[in-house]
Design a protein around this ligand. Structure first.
Ligand code: NAP
Length: 254
């Protein structure tokens, strides 16, 4: 088996019905992983993602599950991780991808818009990490991959809430990596730049043009670009890598 292949493993991907989470699920499925697709409300998109996973697996026999849960809710996040373990027998890979934006300049930012972004992007990641870490420690194996953002490293006007949540994800990743390293559980983060998904489709054309002009590679990335980095962290080739952040950003993070 090539080093960047995955032995059959069980993966949970949060926010996997659309965008980057969907591409991550498809990439893991194509490598022969069993995949649980978590979503918040869009059941049709989640079923579509599941069908794409089955197609990507081809001849490989994999299990694809779909599970609705709002991971910003502690009880629902715990139930998601418990369900995955019940169904798969164990969880080997957790990808914390679910996220939202509620942009605005700080002077007009409502407290509920700050909280809502922190609740999903940071606390949701914490809830899933905590629940899965307990199970991974027992099995002495795990790969946790958190989706941060280039703005968690460099900041961005209009995204005080979002950049704080994504910077928090990086701090959490490094601290958790230190806690779990001795148990053969690696924890890494991917920090995407501008990726074409529903999240960025809502930006006004002028804002998009300004962002694209500031990217050294002069183009946006695809969800598959991010999925490739996640797949690497999940693979045997990355077994001695922990506490790291890979930028997938066309050079934005330089
Ligand atoms: P997206 O297209 O808006 O998709 C969001 C996904 O998250 C959907 O599957 C959605 O499910 C799910 N979700 C939303 N709220 C949830 C909740 N409370 N619990 C569980 N799942 C929930 O977003 P994306 O662009 O793919 O972004 C994915 C991740 O990458 C996010 O963490 C984002 O911050 C990060 N990121 C994105 C970019 C970018 O340029 N796009 C850049 C840097 C970082 P439903 O379909 O059910 O609504």
């Amino acid at each position: 088996m090539a080093e960047n292949e995955l032995t059959v493993r069980n993966a949970v991907v949060t926010g996997a019905s659309r965008g980057i989470g969907r591409a991550i699920s498809v990439a893991l499925a194509s490598s022969g992983c069993n995949v649980l697709i978590n979503y918040a409300g869009n059941a049709a998109a989640a079923e579509e993602a599941a069908a794409l996973c089955r197609e990507a697996a081809g001849e490989k026999e994999i299990q694809v599950l779909v599970y609705q849960a709002d991971v910003s809710d502690e009880a629902q996040a715990n139930a998601l991780i418990d369900y995955a373990e019940e169904q798969f027998g164990r969880i080997d890979i957790l990808v914390n991808n679910a996220g939202r934006t509620k942009d605005g300049l700080v002077i007009g930012m409502k407290t509920e818009d700050f909280d809502s972004v922190i609740d999903l992007n940071l606390k949701g990641t914490f809830f899933c990490c905590r629940a899965a870490a307990k199970k991974m420690i027992r099995k002495r194996f795990g790969r946790i991959i958190n989706i941060s953002s280039v703005v968690g490293i460099h900041g961005n006007a209009g995204q005080v809430n979002y950049s704080a949540s994504k910077a928090g994800v990086i701090g959490m990743t490094k601290s958790l990596a230190k806690e779990l390293a001795g148990r053969n559980v690696t924890v890494n983060a991917v920090a995407p730049g501008f990726i074409e998904t529903d999240m960025t489709a809502v930006l006004p054309d002028k804002a998009k043009e300004a962002i694209l002009a500031g990217i050294p590679m002069k183009k946006g990335g695809s969800p598959e670009d991010v999925a490739n980095a996640v797949r690497f962290f999940a693979s045997d080739a990355a077994s001695y890598i922990t506490g790291q952040v890979i930028g997938v950003d066309g050079g934005m993070g330089m």
